[in-house]
Design a protein around this ligand. Structure first.
Ligand code: ADP
Ligand code: MG
Length: 307
């Protein structure tokens, strides 16, 4: 099978853990053991989150007095693809020496008139007082919004339309490579007035980019790996229970929170609706069990799955 997996940010950095390289490499190596099991038997594309990492780089850039302004988020996103991509590339290679693993920097096209730009909602970077935030907004053209008692910069989260490097990713997969790409949703770019690609300040959802890649790469399966056993009904209550099998229409009918399970459910539904393929959400440790139909939430056109 050709499989696209999306790896959650918490697989790289657990909540509350220091963002030291050492900690992240340890976590990546644990994830890599699971990913290597998939790479052994399947054509594999790996994408990953970058929220905490891009936050660290943004803070560093903002406090570098040699710069007249911090590096923009498209550039920082590319930095995180290089850093996390390198860690994963090394981890998977060590776990499966026969694998040929390549991490790519990729650009993800979004539409300049995506409504998300007019109504930015994703908080990024540091917190500021109201006065500081307004000053920075005026100086740097930022949009700032209240986040609790502080103010923070917000950027839009436009919908990924296409991954620019798709033809090359296909070549690598056909050649037997395991490809790491689409990290952090990919570097957000738009086409400018001359039709040229240009980076934009935005944060693309990595789960939605994974769905776009899985479709365009004609993957058989999209697997979203995170820190819960699947999409649950009555989540966070004593009645919480994992959805085992479902159709996209059933999943859309339940409703899930926007910042976390929502984009994962949207991603699996889109992939299944567009391709008629199989998509799943589950725990990183259960990756092979999910493919075997023994774990996770599995979404298919008719809501059945037999491995
Ligand atoms: P990732 O870093 O893997 O993208 P997220 O934090 O974005 O992880 O999303 C996974 C989280 O979604 C879970 O840890 C859980 O706290 C939360 N969540 C919210 N609603 C649900 C639900 N209905 N079922 C399962 N998890 C849910
Ligand atoms: Mg997430």
């Amino acid at each position: 099978m050709r499989i696209v997996v999306a790896l959650g940010g918490n697989a790289l950095l657990k909540r509350g853990e220091k963002p030291d390289a050492r900690n992240q490499i340890e976590n990546v190596n644990l994830a890599a053991e699971q990913l290597a099991k998939l790479a052994k038997d399947h054509e594999l594309v790996i994408t990953h989150g970058n929220g905490p990492q891009v936050g660290v780089l943004a803070l560093e850039s903002a406090s570098d007095t040699r710069l007249s302004e911090p590096y923009p988020f498209d550039t920082l996103g590319a930095e995180t693809q290089g850093m996390i991509g390198y860690w994963l590339q090394q981890g998977v290679k060590n776990a499966l020496p026969s694998a040929n693993v390549m991490a790519l920097i990729n650009q993800t096209l979004v539409l300049a008139d995506d409504p998300a730009f007019a109504n930015p909602t994703k908080f990024i970077g540091e917190v500021y007082s109201k006065e500081e935030a307004e000053k920075l907004a005026a100086e740097r053209g930022w949009v700032v919004k209240a986040d609790g008692e502080y103010f923070r910069r917000v950027v839009g989260s436009p919908k990924p339309q296409r991954v620019i490097e798709t033809p090359l990713i296909k070549v690598l997969l056909d050649a037997g490579a395991t490809v790491i790409c689409g990290g952090g949703g990919g570097v957000p770019v738009v086409r400018n007035g001359e039709g040229k690609l240009e980076g934009v300040e935005a944060v693309i959802d990595k789960d939605l980019t994974a769905a776009v890649m899985a479709d365009s790469l004609e993957a058989d399966m999209l697997i979203i790996l995170t820190d819960v056993d699947g999409a649950q009904l009555d989540y966070g209550t004593p009645n919480a229970r994992r959805i085992d099998r479902a159709t996209p229409a059933e999943m859309r009918g339940y409703g899930f929170p926007a910042g976390s399970m929502g984009p994962k459910v949207e991603a699996v539904c889109r992939f299944v609706e567009l391709t008629g393929g199989v998509a799943a959400i589950g725990r990183l440790e259960d990756a092979t069990k999910i493919i075997a139909g023994e774990a996770g939430t599995i979404v298919t056109p008719d809501g059945t799955y037999n491995a």
